[in-house]
Design a binder for this molecule. Structure first.
Ligand SMILES: Nc1ncnc2c1ncn2[C@@H]1O[C@H](COP(=O)(O)OP(=O)(O)O)[C@@H](O)[C@H]1O
Ligand SMILES: [Mg+2]
Length: 161
């Protein structure tokens, strides 16, 4: 599992931007980590990489923010306020299957609340460090490689296991 060191918020956005430039339609990113660990900051970078110009704000209260104007539509969700049962009732699979909405990138904060998971996704876990840096642990679940091999090489890699 690649572990990436992100010294400041800008590095987190830049890494997200690089990701947003390569991701394919239908990619699901499940983001976890404490409040303030940088999940929304990372999604802001992904939006930049997709060419979204609207400001990306936390969907904590709105649940879902949609940004249709980039290379691919971005669906940004935050399940913090939901129980797993409430999350189930949202039929979120419609987003990653592209049913009723155009297929795009689905980024979900507090994905721990999801009662079911897509068969293929990128798990991104952020951890606070003592200073303002963060560690980003990446796991690819399923068979798709999401094209991120090169990306991890671009950044200081602390560890590869
Ligand atoms: N290395 C870093 N990566 C991401 N955010 C950072 C970093 N260092 C400081 N920050 C700050 O921490 C906060 C992270 O907030 P946010 O992205 O909303 O977190 P979350 O969505 O996980 O609750 C922002 O104010 C951001 O500027
Ligand atoms: Mg957030």
């Amino acid at each position: 599992m690649p572990l990436i060191y992100l010294p400041d918020a800008e590095a987190t956005q830049q890494w997200g931007k690089a990701l947003g430039q390569v991701l394919k339609a239908g990619s699901v990113l499940l983001l976890s980590g404490d409040l303030g660990s940088g999940k929304t900051t990372l999604v802001q970078g992904i939006a930049m990489g997709l060419g979204v110009t609207d400001p990306v704000v936390s969907p904590t209260f709105t649940l879902i923010n949609e940004y249709p104007e980039g290379r691919l539509p971005l669906y940004h969700l935050d399940l913090y306020r939901l129980s797993p049962q409430e999350a189930a009732e949202l039929y979120l699979e419609n987003y990653w299957l592209g049913l009723e909405v155009p297929l795009g990138i689905v980024a979900i904060e507090w994905a721990e609340r999801l009662p079911y998971l897509p068969s293929n996704y990128l798990q991104l876990h952020l951890t606070h460090q003592a200073d303002s840096s963060r560690k980003l642990a990446i796991s690819i679940i399923g068979t798709d490689d999401f094209g991120i091999d090169n990306l991890t090489d671009c950044f200081l890699e602390l560890e590869k296991t």
